[in-house]
Ligand binder design. Structure first.
Ligand SMILES: O=C(CO)[C@H](O)[C@H](O)COP(=O)(O)O
Length: 280
């Protein structure tokens, strides 16, 4: 009997209505037993399982020995780090990890992986990270966890930026799924003028992100504030991203445009849907 916790997988490709090649990885167990598709453990477990499937597929497909690897932030990346630690141990891989946040740094250390930084390793082979929403162009909203600035820096230093997400993050247009707005990291003294400018120029509503178990605003790993811009219409995200970045006091936006090379979505039916950037 097979004891490994890793499912047997099959990969096949289909052509979508828009002419994109879409790959799917199916677990053998789930193909053979459709009852497993409807887990009795409820939706949370299904979402967690979907995150795990996406994370494992990305680590299995993109990580090799001697890689310098960017480690993203959030809950999905936890599964990737666990798989990475397992592979490093089993296959004796030589991997160096660059964190994108305090959380990522802790994850790397707690899992016995080798921690480094951009001073020593300014060029990465691959960065793996989660996302709050991914549209059909592979434009992303990131920063739900407030780590967008370091995440964008690390992703920008990587030859490949690979995104892992569960089925809830997949959309045609940004804003369909993620309703909390586009996170924008700002210098604290500038948050009021930036808030006004954003709303006057682009519409919608902009809110200062408040902490939950502390009075006052969320303070990022870089000592800044976060604004969440709830836009009220679809924009040209590339143009808007550049325009927001030009506002004095804006440190970074959670719009990741033309950065993701491939996205792995863990799906509700136990498959992994793989999307690559469409060629226009
Ligand atoms: O951008 C991020 C943090 O700044 C995360 O990658 C994003 O919020 C996704 O998190 P999760 O994997 O928990 O859904």
């Amino acid at each position: 009997m097979r004891r490994s916790t890793e499912p047997l997988t099959f990969l096949y490709r289909t052509l979508t209505a828009e002419g994109r090649v879409e790959s799917r990885v199916l677990q053998k167990e789930r193909l053979l037993n459709p009852r497993l598709l409807r887990s009795s453990h409820g939706r949370n477990n299904m979402t967690e399982e979907a995150k795990k499937l996406a994370a494992w597929a990305a680590v299995n497909n993109h990580v090799q020995t001697n890689h310098v690897l960017g480690i993203g932030s959030g809950s999905t990346i936890v599964h990737a780090v666990h798989k990475l630690a397992e592979r490093v141990k089993k296959e004796n891989l030589n991997i160096v990890c660059i964190p994108t946040s305090f959380q990522a740094r802790q994850l790397i250390l707690q899992n016995g992986l080798t921690l480094s930084d951009l001073d020593r390793h300014p060029e990465l082979n691959v960065a793996i990270d989660g996302a709050d929403e991914v549209d059909s162009d592979l434009s992303l909203i990131k920063g739900g966890g407030g780590c967008l600035t370091q995440e964008k820096i690390v992703a920008g230093c990587a030859k490949s930026f690979i995104v892992i997400a569960d089925y809830r993050k997949k959309s045609k247009n940004l804003g369909e799924q993620w309703k909390k707005g586009i996170p924008i990291e700002v210098i604290p003294m500038a948050y009021v003028p930036i808030t006004k400018l954003l709303t006057n120029k682009f519409g919608g509503v902009t809110e200062l992100r408040m902490a939950v178990n502390k009075a006052g605003p969320v303070v990022t790993d870089n000592g800044n504030f976060l604004l969440d811009w709830k836009f009220d219409q679809i924009h040209n995200w590339n143009e808007v991203n550049v325009a927001i970045k030009m506002i004095p006091g804006v440190v970074e936006t959670g719009l990741f445009i033309n950065m993701a090379e491939r996205v792995y979505f863990g799906m509700e039916d136990g498959s992994v849907s793989v999307h690559e950037k469409p060629v226009h």
